[in-house]
Design a protein around this ligand. Structure first.
Ligand SMILES: C[S@@+](CC[C@H](N)C(=O)[O-])C[C@H]1O[C@@H](n2cnc3c(N)ncnc32)[C@H](O)[C@@H]1O
Length: 258
């Protein structure tokens, strides 16, 4: 049997791949990848590597998890190096642990290659530091997907005193989430940021506040990271700084690569 690598692809920018992820991808015989994986990463794969898309397409749902699990086992019996490539980090809302358990129960060797998660990298590219000495000493990361219809739904009151709340998969339920946070006792004028397609050339930042999102939500398209808290105010000062830094990095690269 081959070995399965559960690899984090980072949030979008190819340069946020880890050195280990690059090493594993460049030796893969088959790669199963998700919708949020930047497809230019796949260009790193060897020419003879089989690429299998297991994400959502044209309104169709993602391949059921059981089918993905079964494919991993099948490919592990055919190829020495199987890569399961996931957006961000495989263990942050990525079902990586479910796949790892499935493989472990079947005695298939696997390894997790953590990735740069969108929950902090996407805000960072928008000039938002989720902790900041004078503004935020605590943060929580929560899914916005579970808000309705779940047996044990999220208790938003628990987020009242957390300085920065980061919501993944929260676009559809954004108004509901903000209403819940206001009911929990958070200040309705508290700033809220949405960062769409973060770390990619089409990144878009939308700044609002809890009251506005609760009552007349701005247009936001997934994938987006939602950040609630005073640190959002840093965006105005830091984004310029980041843009300069990126420009500088580009120049340095230009020098390095001639
Ligand atoms: C299923 S979760 C996977 C999270 C991933 N494992 C991680 O660590 O970033 C998908 C959610 O992550 C967020 N996300 C991932 N990549 C993003 C990006 N480039 N820009 C904005 N949000 C992103 C969005 O909230 C999206 O709905």
């Amino acid at each position: 049997m081959g070995k399965v690598y559960l690899v984090g692809a980072g949030p979008g920018d190819v340069e946020l791949l880890t050195v280990k992820a690059v090493r594993v991808i460049t030796s893969a015989k088959v790669i199963l990848y998700d919708r949020l994986v930047n497809e230019s990463i796949l260009e790193l794969a060897p020419k003879d590597c089989k690429l299998v898309y297991v994400g959502k397409s044209d309104g169709k749902h993602t391949l059921p998890q059981e089918e993905i699990n079964a494919l991993l086992v099948k490919f592990a019996s055919l190829y020495p190096v199987v890569v399961r490539l996931k957006g961000g980090d495989p263990f942050i809302f990525g079902r990586g642990a479910e796949e790892a358990l499935y493989l472990s129960e079947r005695g298939i060797e696997f390894e997790v290659v953590p990735g740069v998660s969108s929950f902090y990298a996407v805000p960072a590219y928008a000039g938002i530091s989720i902790t900041f000495r004078k503004l935020s000493s605590s943060f929580a990361v929560v899914t916005g997907h579970e808000a309705t219809g779940k047996e044990k739904s999220i208790d938003w009151k628990a987020f009242k005193d957390i300085d920065t709340v980061v919501v993944l998969m929260g676009v559809r339920n954004r108004s509901f989430i903000c209403r819940e946070l206001i009911s929990a006792g958070r200040d309705p004028s508290e700033p809220v940021a949405f960062i769409e397609r973060g770390t990619t050339p089409s990144q878009r930042v939308i700044i609002s506040n809890l009251r506005e999102v609760a009552t007349s939500p701005p247009q936001v398209n997934p994938p987006a990271v939602m950040v609630i808290g005073k640190v959002v105010e840093l965006h105005h000062q830091l984004r310029g700084l980041l843009a300069n830094l990126r420009e500088l990095t580009q120049k340095q690269k230009g020098v390095l690569h001639g």
